[in-house]
Write a protein that binds this ligand. Structure first.
Ligand code: ADE
Length: 225
């Protein structure tokens, strides 16, 4: 998989890809991340990429021309499965969308900033708009990092234990059951007996039961999907 990210703040997007599972995936050649600084596509000599909104109001808007130049350049080199714009008014990101994006070959992500991008860019280029939650970030970069992390960990060969993504919270629209490790007793609290018995059928049904109970208590909305 290849992911291209267009941003005015490439520095903000370096460290998320330099540690842990995502770094390992990059080192193994399972994913390539390419950062593109929007300023490199500025059309005037001040390298300006934002301007005041028509009609007035607070905040700046990312200008159409630099983004259009950048998108024209990148799409002339390869075909993208999706051209994604990170924005708080986009579709709320859910595991099902992450799963389907993990099957794609080329993703392009545009990070918004300030008050967002000129609407004509959205109308002309964007195939999908994604929000990572009902709160406003100072830019789309952290949202893009969240999306990339969620997608990359699902690529075949990334997680050590090939089956472990299947038991994640949200796969099957259920929260994950509680987990325990050694010691068997900690501050007088024991590990549930069923997990120590080695009876895999009983363990599976205990986990299913716990997952369902947790979901009912904490996220009943998931059971409606
Ligand atoms: N940019 C600003 N806020 C955002 C959010 N909640 N999700 C995605 N991109 C954003």
């Amino acid at each position: 998989m290849r992911i291209d990210i267009i941003t005015v703040l490439p520095e903000l997007l370096r460290s998320p890809f330099e540690a842990s599972i995502v770094k390992r995936a990059i080192d193994k050649g399972l994913v390539e991340i390419h950062l593109h600084n929007l300023r490199d596509y500025a059309t005037n000599r001040y390298k300006q990429v934002d301007d005041y909104p028509f009609g007035g109001g607070a905040g700046m808007v990312l200008m159409a021309e630099p983004i259009d130049r950048c998108l024209t350049d990148l799409t002339s080199q390869r075909t993208y499965d999706e051209i994604i714009y990170m924005t708080p008014d986009g579709e709320a990101l859910r595991q099902a969308a992450v799963n389907s994006m993990s099957l794609m070959g080329n993703l392009l992500i545009l990070c918004g900033h300030y008050k967002g991008v000129d609407q004509r860019i959205r109308d002309l280029w964007i195939t999908r708009e994604i929000s990572i939650g009902d709160y406003v970030l100072s830019g789309g970069e952290l949202g893009a990092a969240v999306l990339c992390d969620a997608v990359i960990r699902l690529l075949p060969g990334v997680l050590g234990d090939e089956t472990s993504a299947l038991t994640d919270t949200f796969q099957d629209n259920l929260l994950a059951p509680p987990v325990y490790t050694r010691p068997r007793e900690f501050r007088g609290m024991a590990v549930p007996e069923v997990l120590l018995g080695g009876h895999s059928g009983k363990i599976d049904s205990w986990r299913e039961e716990q997952a369902l109970q947790r979901t009912r208590e904490r996220r009943p909305d998931l059971l409606d999907h």
